[in-house]
Design a protein around this ligand. Structure first.
Ligand code: IMP
Length: 432
């Protein structure tokens, strides 16, 4: 039996979808535990190429139970589209369950997200405009509507809550400047009944299912969305998402006790990317010309929004921070192949902040708030000019790639267990 959490070690977009799809083949249960339809997990396997926003990437293993956990906010319309798309392409979703405790995301959350971003002006977060912040805000202020309540929608208690919430939202959105006749200020009961019909077969009390799976010695995989640097507490606040993106969130977002999670895999891309606003701190960002050509070659555009991602050298200081916060037991390194022909390669091992040096070897004086003042200090290494497409063993990798891997392990102090060498499921090196 093992419970494995897959956690983003950077600002999201690390390639968690690929790692989850790979590990899900040997898992009995796969649970998505945070975020919402702001995530875009790209998966490429024998069944084709897919972009998942809410459904766990374990859905491609027909023998695995897939759960959308309580820590997720569920945009029922996106979920319905995703279910239709998968089923149209021959992927069964019969094994999907949605936690009764997950909160529903309503169309008004999306409108609120758009209007609030506009009001922030130059201080905008650069959200995905999927309504995530407003939906979590309602959850925390105890106004939210839980997925499980769809099953009790005929009860006056639930209807009254819903109608009260709609009234409050309508007033607030008008105050924010929302069009009163916008279709997103919807006839809420009709909308809810439509969602109930579609989601009804999937709604379940999921914690007892998970406890039973643990007691039965099953393999459980917990799928994180976004990344540690976007976590509401430990990320680059306020430019973060609204959910719990760390290993602790994997427990809180599923109901699995923290001491049952025995493996915590930090997924890290071989370089760094960030999306949001251009003004947000990014110490290792590449100069525009280099970043532009790299972005095009690597296809670094948001899976959910299509926005160009900012590109930077690998920042090992931030990886060390993520390793401390999450307690990574191993790392999964993705997109190593994409660095082919980029030479020399830079790896940030420390920051100069005023007259202080903060390095991977001691984070005692590190603060996530110091990024805007941090001057990166780099190790410079020769890269590699050729990367074998069929690399399936560490010995197949070029010398420069070996050197790069060793440097990361030495700086971060955590072993690399998986090396992804391309988008397909079988393009993976697993080290024992
Ligand atoms: P929100 O999650 O839509 O509220 O966006 C908040 C911040 O998190 C923005 O900077 C987004 O670009 C970022 N973000 C949210 N989801 C992702 C993701 O899946 N990958 C990368 N960045 C994300």
């Amino acid at each position: 039996m093992s419970v494995t959490a897959v956690i983003g070690a950077q600002w999201g977009d690390e390639g968690k979808g690929k790692i989850v799809d790979y590990l899900a083949q040997r898992s009995n249960v796969v649970v998505r535990f945070n975020g919402g339809a702001n995530a875009g997990h790209t998966v490429s396997n024998q069944q084709g190429e897919f972009r998942l926003h809410l459904i766990p990437a374990g859905i491609f293993n027909p023998n695995a139970l897939c759960i959308i956990g309580n820590g997720v906010v569920v945009d029922a319309e996106v979920l319905r589209e995703e279910l239709n798309e998968l089923q149209k392409r021959g992927i069964s979703c019969a094994n999907l369950r949605i936690s009764t405790k997950a909160n529903l995301l309503f169309p008004w959350h999306i409108l609120q997200d758009e209007l609030e971003e506009l009001r922030r002006g130059p201080h905008k977060i650069g959200t995905t405009k999927k309504g995530i912040g407003p939906a979590f805000e309602d959850k925390i202020s105890r106004k939210g509507i839980r997925v499980g309540w769809l099953l009790q929608i005929s009860k006056p208690k639930i209807r009254d809550r819903l109608i009260l919430l709609q009234k409050e939202k309508t007033d607030f959105l008008r105050w924010l400047g929302g069009e009163p006749d916008s279709e997103r200020l919807i006839p809420v009961l009709e909308w809810v009944l439509r969602q109930k019909e579609a989601l009804d077969p999937f709604i379940a009390e999921t914690e007892p299912i998970l406890w039973e799976a643990i007691e039965g010695g099953k393999e459980i995989l917990l799928e994180g969305a976004q990344g540690t640097l976007l976590d509401i507490d430990f990320g680059t606040y306020p430019d973060v998402t609204a959910s719990l993106c760390t290993a602790a969130g994997a427990s809180q977002g599923t109901g699995i006790p923290i001491n049952k999670i025995d493996t915590i895999i930090g997924v890290m891309k071989a370089y760094t990317t960030r999306v949001g606003s251009q003004k947000q701190s990014f110490p290792t960002e590449m100069p525009p010309e280099l970043a532009d050509s790299f972005r095009k070659r690597a296809g670094e555009y948001g899976a959910t929004t299509g926005r160009p991602r900012r590109i930077g050298w690998l920042d090992a200081v931030l990886l060390c921070y993520a390793a401390k916060i999450n307690g990574f037991t191993s790392l999964a390194l993705t997109r190593l192949d994409t660095l082919t022909a980029v030479s020399p390669l830079k790896i940030c091992w420390g920051y100069k902040v005023g007259d202080k040096i903060i390095s991977c070897f001691s984070l005692r004086q590190f603060s996530i708030d110091m990024l805007e003042r941090a001057e990166p200090l780099y190790i410079i290494q020769e890269g590699w000019s050729h990367f074998p497409e069929k690399a399936r063993d560490i010995c197949d990798l070029p010398v420069g790639a070996h050197r790069y891997i060793r440097t990361i392990e030495n700086l971060v102090g955590v072993k690399i267990q998986f090396i992804s060498t391309g988008p397909k499921r079988d393009q993976m090196i697993e080290l024992k």
